[in-house]
Design a protein around this ligand. Sequence first.
Ligand code: ADP
Ligand code: MG
Length: 257
Amino acid sequence: MPTTTPEAARTALGHHPVQLTSVTKRYGTGDRAVTALDSVTLAFEAGTMTAVMGPSGSGKSTLLQCAAGLDRPTEGSVTVGGTALEGLDETALTLLRRDRVGFVFQAFNLVSALTAAQNVALPLLLAGQRPDPAALAAALAEVGLADRAGHRPSQLSGGQQQRVALARALISRPAVLLADEPTGALDTKTSRAVLALLRGLVDRHGQTVIMVTHDPTAASWADRVVLLADGRIADEITARSGAEAIASRMAVLEEQA
Ligand code: ADP
Ligand code: MG
């Protein structure tokens, strides 16, 4: 009988949607060098949601950019969907980002002249694919906007716009969904709806989500919370800790920062 756990087997096969190994990112050189990430090793399991928190300047955005292949580490290795990014040239990296990584941002970044359905179809059109109307309808239905397909962003609420952005991020069925402050521009009630949607994507479709947030309540929807300080992993809170537990750990880090 093999003694390997399923988790160890997945690791051995490189089946983590995203894996960072000893990732260091330095900006600038000499006296001006800033170490934004300092030898960070992190694996993101398929079908889990990870919240990344930490004081301002702790490296959250840099971590997301390295995980997305938008930025190259100074040292260390990043794999997305089992592909090592350091071996890829810019063209291959662009294709990998397009096909394997979904993004949502605090600002929804929708094209104002296009309808919800056209915004969702855009990544496929840019990839030279013909969007399947049934797949577009299904994507909008998935985010609860089946009856808003023909609406332009200005005709939608903030929460609805973020849900269009989510459908757009997911239309290419990415290995990982990266979200930088996805609820940063939303009120409490609307945030809750977007977080519930993200949680549902993880639980029902096995989507892997990495979300940067300042909000302990948002983080409490994740399976684990990774706390960064000075470019290092300062703490990791597993399972769904309450928002209060997350907030108090954050408060300690903010004091030390
Ligand atoms: P966070 O998102 O947690 O606020 P960042 O990842 O944006 O932190 O930044 C981490 C550190 O790296 C900060 O000290 C920041 O000033 C620095 N940094 C980030 N991007 C750049 C850049 N392009 N050039 C120089 N320094 C940068
Ligand atoms: Mg940031």
